[in-house]
Design a protein around this ligand. Structure first.
Ligand code: 4AD
Ligand code: MG
Length: 430
């Protein structure tokens, strides 16, 4: 019977065949312990000299790392292994013998591993991170589908920018200037006026010269947009969404979280409601905590966000930032036009901002004024003004950065390990 490591539980006491690679190996005179991986998981096979032919035993003993083969044997319970099962092998059929696999069980430097990312993905830790990433994606689709949202795909090649023009990737579009999308938001607003509640999930691009543990050049963003929803209601949706995703990972990725040595208790705490503090109060808090350099009106850097997050054991919303440090489309707080109806959601444990969201301007004149202030002239933005002209309604939305969320939930230090092939300031390879 052909099966996979993920399914061995159903075959306890039975003989099965699995297509595998050799991750690692230990052997002594009469026995070889093969650490197998098959894509679905990791499992140990015990090859005992007495159980197999001499030829098979020699193959097992001399097997090289990352060689591929079919292995046949009986599945037995093994309480000591994370999987709970191992295989007692009866036969091995070689597929391909690998030589000099560059990533050996010894320690390697980060740059070396990044240069071999196409192979590094095979390692146990990277495998676990990709599985958690997949669960976050799966539960995201489930959450928005279950709550009546329609998936909309905004364009990637665009003629306009949503988040300011300094971080755009330029390209040529048949003689016209074009950009790679840094956010699908403006298009999602149009879609919300057509379909009510919508969400997007796609790659976005920022030509940011930032070389930090939180910045990628190409990252994936989930952008929900909701008609007839105000900013407070949007925060309720955000915390319900994050709680659902964390709960799904806790439930469906137990083995992976164990592999990652993630502190589960910290994640179990992540249940709505999340604390909400104003930008004004955050400034006061920072001053109390000894940040003398920060003044009202300045944007927060990573150390500020980390210091604020330290005060809470859940993600925290910082609401109502000064208008001039945020994007042009955010609606001012009624009676206090210097701040806007927006929030950044700051993850615990120093992972920083994982969501940026706001209520959008719903007033033609104010939007035209913002266009002038931000120099948004030309044809590229004319269509967006139409949303103000024809049946404008209160509406809100937000964008969640997938990789920062994966980094936080997995407890990995740097976003470069949270995407299969990261695009970084100094890296387009592999
Ligand atoms: O805060 P940002 O720039 O918001 C927007 O783009 C809005 N248009 C979203 C919306 O309201 N529809 O980006 C949203 C999130 C951030 O909170 C962060 O998690 C992630 O995207 N992000 C990045 N992730 C990795 N690398 C980068 N360079 C990122 N820039 C933003
Ligand atoms: Mg932001």
């Amino acid at each position: 019977m052909k099966t996979t490591i993920s399914n061995v539980k159903a075959y306890e006491g039975k003989e099965v065949t699995i297509g595998v690679w050799l991750a690692n190996k230990r052997s002594s005179g009469k026995i070889a312990f093969l650490q197998l991986r098959d894509g679905t998981g990791f499992m140990q096979a015990v090859v005992a000299k007495n159980d197999v032919t001499e030829e098979v035993f020699n193959v097992a003993k001399n097997m090289t790392q990352e060689s591929s083969f079919y292995i046949t044997g009986t599945i037995v319970e093994d309480k000591r292994s994370p999987l709970g099962y191992e295989m007692h092998a009866t036969n091995i059929e070689m597929i391909h013998e690998a030589h000099d696999y560059p990533i050996t069980p010894k320690e390697h430097g980060t740059e070396f591993l990044m240069d071999h990312r196409h192979l590094w993905l095979r390692s146990k830790k990277q495998h676990a991170i990709m599985k958690v990433r997949n669960e976050i994606i799966r539960s995201t689709f489930q959450f928005f589908n279950d709550n009546g949202y329609v998936k909309i795909d905004p364009p990637i090649l665009t003629g306009s920018s949503a988040e300011g023009t300094t971080e755009l990737f330029h390209t040529e579009y048949f003689g016209e200037e074009a950009y790679l999308s840094q956010s699908g938001q403006l298009y999602m607003e149009a879609a919300a006026m057509a379909l009510g509640k919508v969400f997007s999930f796609g790659p976005t691009f920022r030509a940011e010269k930032s070389k930090t543990r939180r910045h990628l050049i190409e990252f994936w963003m989930i952008e929900p947009e909701m008609a007839f929803v105000d900013h407070d209601e949007s925060l309720d949706i955000q915390e319900a969404y994050i709680s659902f995703v964390v709960e799904s990972v806790l439930k469906n990725c137990q083995l992976e979280l164990k592999t990652l040595e993630r502190d589960i208790e910290k994640l179990e705490n992540v249940k709505a409601p999340f604390p909400r503090i104003s930008y004004d109060d955050a400034i006061t808090l920072l001053k109390e905590k000894g940040f003398d350099d920060i003044e009202w009106g300045e944007d927060f850097g990573a150390p500020h966000e980390t210091a604020i997050a330290e005060e809470f054991d859940k993600p925290v919303f910082i609401v109502n930032y000064p208008a001039h440090i945020k994007a042009f489309y955010m609606k001012p707080v009624p009676g206090r036009p210097e701040v806007v109806l927006c929030a950044d959601l700051i993850a615990p444990e120093g992972y920083g901002e994982i969501i940026g969201g706001s209520q959008r301007i719903d007033d033609l004149e104010l939007m035209q004024q913002r266009y002038e202030e931000h120099g948004l002239t030309g044809d590229a933005y004319q269509w967006y003004l139409d949303l103000q002209k024809y049946g404008n309604v209160p509406h809100s939305g937000f964008g969640l950065g997938l990789e920062r969320t994966v980094a936080w939930i997995c407890g990995v230090e740097h976003v470069r390990e949270t995407i299969p092939f990261p695009r970084l300031l100094n890296r387009l390879y592999p």
